[in-house]
Ligand binder design. Sequence first.
Ligand SMILES: Cc1ncc(COP(=O)(O)O)c(C=O)c1O
Length: 483
Amino acid sequence: MRQYEYLVRSIGDQILKGDMAVGSKLPSERATAKKFVVSRSTVRRAWRELESLGYVTWSNQSTPVVIRPLEPMGRAERSPVGRLAEALSPTFLGDLMQAAVSSARYNFEIGMPDPELLPIQDFQQILRELFSYPSREVFGYSPTLGLERVRRAISEEFLTRRGIAMSPHNILVTAGSLQGLNLLTRLWVRPGDVILTESPTFAGALHIFRSHGAKILGIPIDESGINVDMLTSLTLGQNPRFLYIQPVGQNPTGVTLAPERRLKLLHWAQQSQIPIVEDDAYGFLSDEPTPPLASEDGKIPLVYLNTFSKILAPGIRVGFLAAPADLIRQLVALKQLSDLHTGTLSQLVAEGWLRQGRVDAHIQRARTIYKGRLKLATRVIRQAAQLTLFAEPTHGFYLFAKLPAGLTAQSLHAKASQRDVLFAPGQPFSPDGELFGDWIRLAVGAQPTAQIETGLRRLTRLLEDVADGSSGSSNRTIKLPRS
Ligand SMILES: Cc1ncc(COP(=O)(O)O)c(C=O)c1O
């Protein structure tokens, strides 16, 4: 992370937390430069960025003034959803998205595909062809459900490869799969309803569930996936709305459901008739023959989510939800209220990629590269011995690791970012918000091999320094790397 970015994050956090009141001046340029041990031009650059983000105004004053508008928040607090949204920790997902554009050299924070794997030439070809279409077909409005040709391509080229037979009528194209999960939760969940999840699980899903006032019941997982015996006993008498699960390359642990657990889970779903919401975001990254639960052809009540974000490009924001047609109809009505439809151009790009004939080669290449990166990261972590891995996944992006006793991920995060190393703290992945404070998630997918080795060694050296009390910065003076 560059010096000015660190300042932006640090000052922005204080403003968000209310530590700096609206109307108050930021500390002077000189004081800030001294505190963070940076040049005055770095301070001014951070101030400019804070101004463009809407945290401060800096027009006529020598020092910026905090303007974060509190009025709209005050209004939101009056609505039930607004109150819940306020109670979330909104900065975690925001930080993750900010990490996506961070220039930090060793960025293990954000779970995304390596941009180097983007099939640029295919994209150029696809876009060239799209520009030869009548512009209203590419840049005009389109149906909320998703373009018919795109849903057909998803059915024939995407779902078939996952072993799922699903008609285009059962597919709703969404702006990322997270939108699908949000719409479904809006439709199905009332405040106080119970939702079952793995523990730990994807923080974005937990944010959605919490924002709807759900009671989240986390079921422990191990290196073979969810503990189905505990699932059965813990859910007795609970009447949960659904189980949210990622059976392959789970975020944040990288774990995949073992075949015998998968069978047990199917049995549980058949017996209980509790719907499963299957998030298969990392399904394509595994070369193990683990078929999605959705390939079981209507034997269990199930909604299936997937996305182009992890196999192709998250920025195009195309995902989809597959479900029985009556449910799709209700979700369409909700999506209309949200964004009318997923971007027409983005949908057509995704379709173009599915139809251009090189999907299998792309998937194969991605699997091989990520597998190698996970293997290397696992070796470096094992050699260092300060981190304990939750599991040793062979596919996907993630490793989940426990810190040495007495250390919290949150305190390490600040120190690590000063050394240009980013990771995601573990606590936001906790269903009850209490666990995994001493765990970190390392996303290695988008990091080239050399960076993985050096970055992880930096991290383990920091852990050694922290252990022997020589990690550097005091609370009053923050030492930053030179950018
Ligand atoms: C399990 C899981 N589901 C969904 C998403 C979000 O996907 P999308 O970009 O399609 O909204 C993520 C992103 O990290 C994820 O890990």
